[in-house]
Ligand binder design. Structure first.
Ligand code: COA
Length: 329
């Protein structure tokens, strides 16, 4: 038995930063950013912490599912940008919800994180350990973004999305997941404390400039672009072949919202109509593990995704990691 999504929720910070505003302190412009990425603005935390966004998204998902927090058996949060090492964001969400029965843990698979969390929840449900679970993707990327690097800071935004799953005899599940650690240097970010002088793991003192470089997101944009445009359609095809399904049996493809050109390229390579690849990155940019659940929640609330429809969620990003998961809504 697998889990069915019975409620979705999301939360983005109020503070909106337009491309225009970025061009006030960077050598860039709205036309360049829109043309190369499809992004028009992003939301940036202004006092909120990623765990606050996670909790708000979780509350919205519980209220859509019409269940109480005490019904949750497990909470899994995917994040790479939380304020806390301890306690985990999932434990903070549990506390905020009053979900006393739920076991909790966080995981990090970068922008593939929501898929990793969703798949993990399905595995626990399938083992009979969990009946009702909450999956959250939450990020405060703006705090680890290098706002002086015009080739990366234009991309990222903050937000959180959540889904409640409940075991259901009619629920279907299938996934393919991949990683290539050899190419991990294409997208990096180190913990600041690990580069402090005197920290046990630090062999040599790290100069302040070098420290800034390593503790903010570093990206080889072209390498990530080439990787995504090849691997995303390939893993969707792999999932369809594994399931013996035709492309046109899928109603919606919800891809990680990194770049409109990557999503358009994937649609073209697959030979699927672009209308089946909804996007909201013009408004939010790339919110890493939050992008898929935010998009899912918006489409559900708009009545575009309806009960019984077949979805493929596809994530890709740091690690490098990538994957695709089948969801029957
Ligand atoms: N505004 C204006 N010019 C910019 C710019 C910006 N924000 N960022 C870079 N440029 C310049 C570069 O300096 C370069 O100038 P040069 O030719 O004088 O050297 C030129 O634009 C082209 O740079 P390039 O890196 O080749 O651009 P690109 O077409 O590859 O676009 C990205 C850059 C980052 C938008 C693109 O590579 C990308 O989206 N990659 C995927 C990244 C991603 O999705 N990461 C997250 C995955 S989860």
């Amino acid at each position: 038995m697998f889990g069915k999504i019975i409620g979705t929720g999301s939360c983005v910070p109020e503070h909106r930063v337009s491309n225009q505003e970025l061009s006030g302190f960077l050598e860039t412009n709205d036309a360049w950013i829109r043309e190369r990425t499809g992004i028009g603005s992003r939301r940036v935390v202004d006092g909120e912490r990623p765990e606050d966004l996670a909790l708000a998204a979780a509350k919205n998902a519980l209220s859509a599912a019409r269940i109480s927090a005490e019904e949750l058996d497990m909470i899994v949060v995917s994040t790479l940008s939380s304020n806390h090492m301890l306690p985990s964001v999932s434990c903070l969400v549990q506390r905020g919800l009053g979900a006393k029965r739920a076991m909790c843990f966080d995981l990090n698979a970068a922008c593939t994180g929501f898929l990793a969390a969703y798949n993990t929840m399905q595995a626990y449900i399938n083992l009979g350990i969990v009946k009702t679970g909450l999956v959250v993707g939450a990020e405060g990327l703006s705090r680890i973004t290098d706002w002086s690097d015009r080739s990366s800071c234009i991309l990222f935004g903050d937000g959180a999305g959540a889904a409640v799953l409940r075991s259901d005899p009619e629920a279907e599940f299938a996934t393919v997941m991949h990683a290539d650690g050899e190419k991990g240097d294409a997208l990096t970010c180190e913990f600041a404390y690990a580069l402090e002088e005197g920290y046990p793991g630090t062999v040599l003192p790290v100069a302040p400039e070098e420290k800034k470089r390593r503790t903010l997101i570093r990206m080889n944009g072209q390498e990530v672009f080439r990787f995504a445009i090849r691997q995303v359609p390939a893993c969707i095809q792999e999932l369809l072949a594994q399931e013996n399904r035709e492309l046109d049996s899928v109603d919606w493809f919800l891809l990680h919202q990194a770049n409109a050109r990557i999503i358009e390229g994937a649609a073209k390579r697959l030979g699927a109509p672009i209308e089946k690849f909804p996007m909201n990155l013009a408004e939010y940019g790339n919110t890493s593990s939050a992008s898929i659940p935010i998009l899912l929640d918006e489409l559900v609330r708009d009545g575009k995704i309806r009960r019984g429809q077949r979805l493929i969620l596809a994530g890709f990003g740091g690690g490098l990691t990538w994957g695709a998961t089948k969801v029957t809504f």
